[in-house]
Design a protein around this ligand. Sequence first.
Ligand code: NAP
Length: 322
Amino acid sequence: MNAKIVLITGANSGIGKAAAIKFAREGYYVIMACRNLDKGRLVQRYIIETTKNNQVDLLELDVASLDAIRRFCNEYEKKYDRLDILIHNAAYLQHGVKEYQFSQDHIELVFATNAVGPFFLTYLLRGMLIKSENPKILNACTVSIRHYFVKNRKIEFDNLRGEYKNSRSYNTYRKYGDSKMALLLLTFKMSEILKKSGITVNAIQIPAIKISKNTRRQFKSVWRLSAEIQNAFGAKPESIANTYFDICTSKALNNISGKLINSKLEVMKPSHYTHGLLQSIRQLLDMGVYPRYADDADNIESVWEVCSKMTQADFEGVYKGE
Ligand SMILES: NC(=O)c1ccc[n+]([C@@H]2O[C@H](COP(=O)([O-])OP(=O)(O)OC[C@H]3O[C@@H](n4cnc5c(N)ncnc54)[C@H](OP(=O)(O)O)[C@@H]3O)[C@@H](O)[C@H]2O)c1
């Protein structure tokens, strides 16, 4: 196969769909990894018709389930002999949910989908990525991690399996922020480990964008209203899809790895601001910096250890054994 292969999780709606269209238009072989094949098939057909690129495959993947990830990777390896670009785009945020929800593996569902799933999928696909000439991984992060500019905000590591479900209330936004901060921390360590295989790993900080009709429909009434407000001001999914494309293909960013990149394609840095009201406001508005929480080696190690334990994946062992 001559065309480069890009795999996009959650490619049936929003930014993932727009990214699948963009890569298909640019002549890539696109693999849509979706949990709902009925929805996925409609979008697959639409992409093939509008881009005139018939190299668009659809494979079933539920990123919240370790077994489903294993099945997906087995199927992938039967059909393909390499992977050039892996985009962890799928994410779960159910607005307004107040009850704890767990994955089949008994991991808090938002964390399972947005952090543990991408970690495990990368682990199982690393052999396919190594076979590419210029392999790349992109993780979809969010401006929500900016809540960690608040001094005492931390990932709730002790409650990832609902250990405190009877005494701590459930806040879906907090869980979303925790999971995306975890994904950023994983980006940094994964980049270090995969460097020797030539795989670059970066994350994109996505601002508020227009929310798809498909997703809006699932919101409860008051959240649907807030989505309408976000849609009035947010960027179009296509603009972020173009940024996905640029991060994965531009020559200027080709050797960049282990970085958080904003929607203007700027490589972000940990915040250097000191405390004080004015400084806090300045760092919040400065889209070139991210919270120092993400620059802390202990936090990086903690999330790495948690995901390694939950999945039994031993990235470092694999490379030590080589
Ligand atoms: N929208 C924003 O304002 C915004 C802001 C910052 C960051 N982001 C990030 O950007 C990325 C795309 O967001 P979006 O707004 O385009 O979202 P979206 O339209 O809601 O699409 C999310 C996609 O993820 C899929 N998904 C959810 N759980 C899954 C699972 N367990 N297994 C497989 N697929 C799953 C959904 O599939 P179904 O259709 O089957 O549900 C859907 O295809 C996400 O990582 C999100 O966190 C978005």
